[in-house]
Design a protein around this ligand. Sequence first.
Ligand SMILES: *Cc1c(COP(=O)(O)O)cnc(C)c1O
Length: 372
Amino acid sequence: MDRDKILLTPGPLTTTLRTKLAMLRDWGSWDSDFNEVTARVRRSLLQIIHGQDTHVVVPLQGSGTFSVEAAVATLVPRDGHVLVLDNGAYCKRAVRLTSLMGRRCSVLAFDEAAAVSPSLLQDKLTADASITHVVLIHCETGAGVLNPLQEVADVCERHGKGLIVDAMSSFGALPIDVRRMRIDALVAASGKCLEGVPGMGFVFVRKEVLPQCAGNSQSLAMDLHDQYVYMEKTGQWRFTPPTHVVVALAEAIAQFEEEGGQPARLARYSANYQTLIGGMSRLGFAPFLDAAIQAPIIVTFHAPANPRYDFKTFYAAARQRGFLLYPGKLTQLETFRVGCIGAIGPTEMEQAVHAVSLALQDMGIASGVPAR
Ligand SMILES: *Cc1c(COP(=O)(O)O)cnc(C)c1O
């Protein structure tokens, strides 16, 4: 059967037929029709964070990580000092890319089962005046933790530090209003909660810091300041744009707006999350995180205690029923993850839970109850 499997992952996600169909045409990268699509996408993106007055948005080719790397390289001067608030795998990736680009990088480490602490950030900034920028992952997709964006932004503003936010897996679903908090750069991508296809990221840069960004980047292709200046001047992307990805994103954003924008998207993902958690707990599964810090984006579950459990077999059995699960990303514990995002609703989540129950049956496991 050639029906697409449902992707219960943090991207790529299940997309609508309408979004897929938008990719069936060819576009000239310098043609005015395509430039208009780019301009429309940029205007819509700014509205989602209410950033029309304070920010510009710079699209960039590549997966989300390319844009995180570009944001750090463009925003942070070469003699800058970055502090990464680390509570998971994507934070560690941010540390690595910051160091690879030759920026001094410090880490404030937290447990991966906890949100980062604004008060410990405050202490750290007080203790070390050399820090110039803070990097925060809004929703740490590694375990699924929602970090306190507003509070972190307030601490950074009070201390006069730049703030770079990786909002990859939260943008479009969780509320972010840059009129209420000071964020120098916010990074997201086409293939996450906007339900486009993967292939481009975008970075919102605060207008006030934009001029200082010139010449910071040691990379030609990833220089967001250069990309911005060129795009403003010509309406075009500096280098070949992912045309099909951009038109698919335009179509995905049109559906996002028709659905009711961010509040409607959050409501659907929350319903997905509730359906998932309810169904999985009936099967005995236990989530890794406290509900209080869990974002309705991706859920980490403990593996069942039963010795017959093996992720590969479990994955294959769910896959056979049309659902792709995601491996866990925790250092110590055996876990797996289930995404709540994409062009799916509670009906698909009910079916996913059913697929999981059949997968357990296949493996001869009576319940998903974890060890302890
Ligand atoms: C998905 C994601 C990224 C980007 O990952 P890519 O594989 O480069 O698309 C970065 N940060 C977070 C928090 C994410 O969820």
